[in-house]
Design a binder for this molecule. Structure first.
Ligand SMILES: N[C@H](Cc1ccc(I)cc1)C(=O)NO
Ligand SMILES: [Zn+2]
Ligand SMILES: [Zn+2]
Length: 292
């Protein structure tokens, strides 16, 4: 049941969230590697970097594990940080983004693909959620998993392997939010909730979270018309997904999949991404706080 009742926990956390942290993570991911393609050393090294970053942030908390998910057919690993629930750990909340980047003209070791918006912005947004929860020593009743998927650009392959693995294990994933591109305000509304390959009840819940916690933001809806990001991998296995997106379909960031997908060509202040990070924190706490 999508009850909104954690205001005393969520509101103080929202004010602690900082765009500067998001900008730093986007910068690290988009500037320190030529590209993060699923088959290059940059793709492999970015995965190792993020794993170490999330592990360091956990600061020895025994209810937190950080792992890399080894995929069968390529080198780049997905990264998963898990905060184990206190008394309802079998019910799992997932927040995701994708780690890989691509250049539409073909991506080799030396091809530039910074992927600042697509999708360093999403990984940076969930990293700021993770940081804020840890800074408050938040202990969810349900398990919360943060996922940076490999190989999204080549057919949602990392999330497909993970979603299929969770489904095969009978994992009780109660909800998934996908953050793919959060830092380019290409249209009138702040957040666009996509209605295809997602769950309408959870979309309504997320819309209500925005109305409750971020009342100055405006919400639109749109459709991709195809399986446009990793939420579709979870949707295909029957899990409830929501994909909040930075823009309408028509206003989408034309620099993606080129060497020009940079922080400078998106929101260099990170203010647009911060909206998604705050929405995601409210989602993580409201859904993560439910008991068995
Ligand atoms: N195609 C998606 C990005 C994408 C998603 C939705 C819309 I509307 C426009 C563009 C992609 O490249 N994901 O990595
Ligand atoms: Zn892309
Ligand atoms: Zn993407």
């Amino acid at each position: 049941s999508y009850v909104i009742d954690q205001q005393t926990v969520v509101n103080p956390m929202l004010s602690q969230m900082q765009a500067s942290n998001i900008v730093q993570t986007i910068s690290d991911l988009s500037n320190n590697y030529t590209n993060r393609y699923y088959q290059t050393s940059g793709g492999v090294n970015a995965s190792d970097w993020l794993k170490n970053k999330w592990l360091t942030m956990a600061n020895g908390r025994t209810d937190i594990t950080v792992e890399q998910f080894t995929h069968s057919g390529w080198k780049q690993k997905s990264v998963i940080a898990t905060i184990k629930g206190t008394d309802n750990p079998n019910e799992i909340v997932v927040l995701g983004g994708h780690l890989d980047s691509i250049n539409g003209s073909g991506t080799t070791e030396t091809t530039r693909a910074p992927g600042a918006d697509d999708d360093a912005s999403g990984v940076a947004s969930i990293t700021e959620i993770y940081r804020t929860l840890l800074a408050n020593n938040y202990k969810p009743r349900r398990t919360i998993k943060f996922m940076a998927y490999a190989a999204e650009e080549v057919g949602l392959r990392g999330s497909a392997e993970i979603a299929n693995s969770f489904s095969a294990a009978g994992a009780n994933v109660v909800g998934v939010v996908q953050l793919d591109m959060t830092n380019y305000k290409g249209a009138a509304n702040d957040i666009y909730i996509f209605t295809d390959y997602t769950d309408s009840a959870q979309n309504t819940f997320v819309t209500n979270l925005i109305k409750t916690y971020l009342p100055t933001l405006t919400v639109g809806t749109d459709r991709c018309g195809y399986a446009c990001s990793d939420h579709a991998s979870w949707n295909a296995k029957g899990y409830a997904t929501t994909m909040p997106f930075e823009s309408s379909f028509s206003g989408d960031n034309k620099a993606i999949h080129t060497a020009n997908d940079t922080l400078a060509n998106s929101d260099s202040t990170g203010a647009h991404s911060l909206k998604f990070a705050r929405m995601g924190l409210a989602y993580a706490v409201e859904l993560g706080s439910d008991g068995p």
